[in-house]
Design a protein around this ligand. Structure first.
Ligand code: SAH
Length: 352
């Protein structure tokens, strides 16, 4: 929702200040899909607002997984760029939204479909927040029968993760604005602890988070624990290598005692051996407070038959996890959701 535009309309219509609060509540809290539905404002104002769209994009496609636990939407922005957003239910009655912060991504990680499409532009705060709003409206409408059974009892979105397309710290100004709206008690009212930001590691990025919005969760896409391998598959490592990343994280821990999640995609034969687990353990143990790091193992999600990356087996993931747990490192295996809807980052928008 374009708040500035709404404010202007309210001014032009000589409406009292509290109207904005009523509109925000109806849109952000109640998840109405059209301004015409706001019963708390005068009819004349409704008919003026009715001409405005709430969402800043068109919905091109929505794919729902067979089990009804995840859905992915392809969105067409005003300039015809496309982005993706995902809705996931990791547990009953818990709905998590995964949102994009950029159109494409300049980080160019070798295994990520978004990286292959290149970078187009930053998203505005409005476009970022509207992805969450879209799913809120979607759940309100019970659009698919698959989802219908699942969502009857509770329509509430529980979490927001910035793990879609793009690198949030390269668009910090707009991401910060979006965080303010999402967490505003008079806006979407998400608790800061229900919001997570994922980064590949950008010099100064984590510091900005610590300064501007320390309450949200931080995740780092680590994937490799030796510079040689990380450089090969994640060019961002050349600007912020593992040692420098550690310095940034240690600074974060000086200010915050929040846990940080280390995302670790498991690729067969590349980073999933016992030696790799040992290297990762060494890296984590080299921190002053290793107990504040939590490893999240994700089996690589492939949809391309010619893919040069292969997912590790479930057994290998369990072995890897047990090795870390045996050495007192917090570690979980993320349940794979939405593989039948090309759930991994950028896989849908990348389709021609
Ligand atoms: N640029 C930020 C935000 C994007 S998060 C970051 O890298 O953290 C997207 C997450 O999905 C990252 O952890 C990324 O590495 C992961 N990812 C990308 N492609 C994937 C795939 N095919 N399978 C599993 N995870 C993938």
């Amino acid at each position: 929702m374009n708040i500035q535009k709404i404010e202007q309309i309210l001014k032009d219509q000589k409406q009292p200040k509290f109207r904005l609060g009523q509109i925000k509540k109806a849109v952000y809290r109640d998840g109405i899909s059209s301004f015409a539905e706001i019963s708390t404002i005068p009819k004349e104002l409704r008919s003026v607002l009715e001409k405005e769209k709430i969402l800043s994009f068109e919905v091109e496609k929505v794919l729902v997984s067979k089990d009804g636990n995840s859905a992915k939407a392809l969105l067409k922005l005003d300039d015809a760029s496309k982005i993706e957003t995902v809705l996931i239910s990791p547990k009953e009655n818990i709905w998590s939204v995964c949102i994009s912060s950029q159109v494409g991504c300049p980080m160019n990680c070798a295994f990520c479909a978004t990286g292959q499409t290149g970078f187009k532009r930053n998203l505005t705060a409005e476009e970022i927040v509207d992805q969450v709003l879209f799913w809120k409206q979607y759940l309100m409408k019970h659009e698919t029968c698959n989802m219908k059974q699942k969502i009857n009892s509770k329509l509430k979105l529980s979490n927001v993760v910035y793990m879609g397309m793009g690198e949030p710290f390269l668009n910090w100004g707009e991401v910060l604005e979006s965080l303010k709206i999402l967490s505003d008690p008079k806006g979407m009212a998400f608790g800061s602890r229900s919001i997570s930001i994922s980064t590949v590691g950008i010099p100064g990025g984590i510091e900005k988070l610590t300064q501007d919005f320390p309450q949200v969760n931080l995740a780092v896409s680590l994937h490799f624990s030796k510079d040689k391998n990380r450089n090969e598959f994640m060019p961002a490592n050349k600007n912020l290598n593992l040692e420098k990343l550690k310095v940034e994280l240690e600074k974060y821990f000086e200010k915050s005692s929040r846990k940080v999640f280390l995302e670790y995609i498991m690729f067969s034969g590349l980073n999933d051996s016992e030696k790799d687990a040992k290297n990762l353990l060494e890296y984590i143990k080299s921190f002053k407070k290793p107990q504040l790091l939590h490893v999240n193992l994700i089996r690589y999600n492939s949809t391309d038959s010619k893919d040069k990356f292969i997912s590790s087996s479930a057994e290998q993931a369990v072995k890897f996890r047990n090795y870390l747990l045996g050495n007192k490192i917090n570690c979980t295996i993320r349940r794979s959701l939405g593989t039948d809807i090309e759930g991994a980052c950028g896989q849908l928008a990348g389709k021609k």
